[in-house]
Design a protein around this ligand. Structure first.
Ligand SMILES: *[C@@H]1O[C@H](CO)[C@@H](O)[C@H](O)[C@H]1NC(C)=O
Ligand SMILES: *[C@@H]1O[C@H](CO)[C@@H](O)[C@H](O)[C@H]1NC(C)=O
Length: 357
């Protein structure tokens, strides 16, 4: 059974799960996802933006679902962490993009992704590349909730919405594209990155509270990766990480941890909020690649240099794209390979998300 073969559920937890009532009544009946390219499973295919990845070689190693090695709009060679997490909860191995016209309510009933590559907490960040701003992601979620009620009936829909796991992952674009790129909107108003982080955390809190008001009870708020170590952000001459960006990510993450601690238990109604330590997982791989089965963590697999190619620059004509992306931490100059996504998902299951199994 492929779901077992690919299962991320640690054996012990699996056994506990079986002892405590069996897989019949999944405690997480659906995954609901918001954010940017770290979690976008294909929404940008259906909007007008240059931030796209619905062409080869994206998806080259995607080996589940309808296709073998087809691009889906995921910014990776294969599956994303949210896909592995879905599978770990006994849900389908791919989380459907809400805007995908082929995703009908029977598939969206167990998972719906509202994320949009290029998005940020800050409206102005999403506007830079005309991708879905967070408020629009939330609007689509409200539409989804209404459709779920017609599909399931009020009671079952309500149960699904309150037992579902809500995953939120964004913030990198707010800093790299907006604050340090072309500062616009709020980013232009803050001199210090830490003050801008404070603004973003305020948006994150309002968003978490809005989800809770709409019925969410299980939230996973993810921190930033060591964004100064993304291939695009490394020093051109030496390949060293840009430590300033890593420090900004750690500062934001500290604030997010505090926020999670306040919301967890503080939201009421039995709501649980956990912090996704993406930084720690990626830093561990960067510190000792070989121990985790990686050979190259400094450059992306796609393109001649792996230093800047992504999106339209990573295409079938890109020369020298690596043969085995499984040995790379990054697929393009910004985005993790399926291998790194799988590691992040496993680590999250092992350290925080198991509480929802
Ligand atoms: C983002 O824009 C929407 C729509 O204009 C607005 O309702 C919302 O308050 C804005 N969010 C923030 C954090 O400013
Ligand atoms: C998760 O836990 C399982 C079972 O203990 C272990 O085999 C696996 O290596 C862990 N993975 C990560 C990434 O922590």
């Amino acid at each position: 059974m492929s779901t077992l073969r690919h299962s991320l559920v640690p054996l012990m937890l699996l056994q506990l799960h079986i002892l405590s009532g069996g897989p019949a009544a999944a405690k997480v009946p659906a995954l609901i996802v918001f954010g940017d390219s770290t979690v976008d499973t294909g929404n940008n295919n259906y909007i007008s933006t240059v931030i796209k990845s619905d062409f080869a070689p994206y998806g080259r190693d995607l080996r589940v679902g309808s296709g073998g090695g087809q691009p889906t709009g995921r910014f990776s060679n294969g599956r994303l962490a949210v896909d592995f997490i879905s599978e770990a909860f006994g849900l389908p191995p791919l989380v459907p993009a809400y805007l995908d016209p082929n995703a009908d309510m029977s598939s969206l009933a167990t998972g719906a992704c509202f994320a949009s590559a290029g998005a940020g907490y800050d409206n102005a960040t999403s506007d830079l590349f005309s991708v879905l701003p967070l408020w629009k992601e939330l609007d689509y979620f409200k539409e989804y909730a209404a459709r779920l009620r017609s599909f399931h009936g009020d009671d079952k829909a309500q149960e699904t919405l309150s037992e579902a796991l809500y995953i939120v992952s964004m913030g990198t674009n707010d800093f790299l594209e907006n604050y340090y790129g072309v500062p616009s909107g709020q980013a232009a108003r803050y001199a210090a990155a830490s003050d801008y982080a404070g603004y973003l955390l305020g948006v994150a809190e309002s968003f978490a509270r809005a989800l809770h008001a709409l019925g969410a009870r299980k939230l996973d708020l993810n921190g930033l990766p060591p964004m100064g170590c993304l291939p695009l952000e490394r020093r051109a001459a030496t390949g060293a990480c840009t430590e300033e960006y890593n420090a900004v990510a750690r500062g934001f993450n500290e604030g997010l941890r505090d926020l999670v601690a306040r919301l967890d238990g503080g939201l009421g109604g039995g709501a649980r909020v956990v912090y996704g330590d993406v930084y720690g997982a990626v830093a561990e791989v960067l510190a000792d690649p070989a121990a985790h089965g990686f050979e190259d963590v400094g450059a992306g697999c796609c393109g001649a240099t792996g230093r800047f190619e992504m999106g339209y620059m990573c295409n079938e004509a890109s020369p020298l794209t690596c043969a085995d992306a499984g040995k790379f931490a990054f697929w393009d100059a910004i985005h993790p390979t399926e291998h790194l996504h799988r590691f992040i998902a496993e680590r999250k299951m092992n350290t925080t998300l198991y509480v929802f199994l």
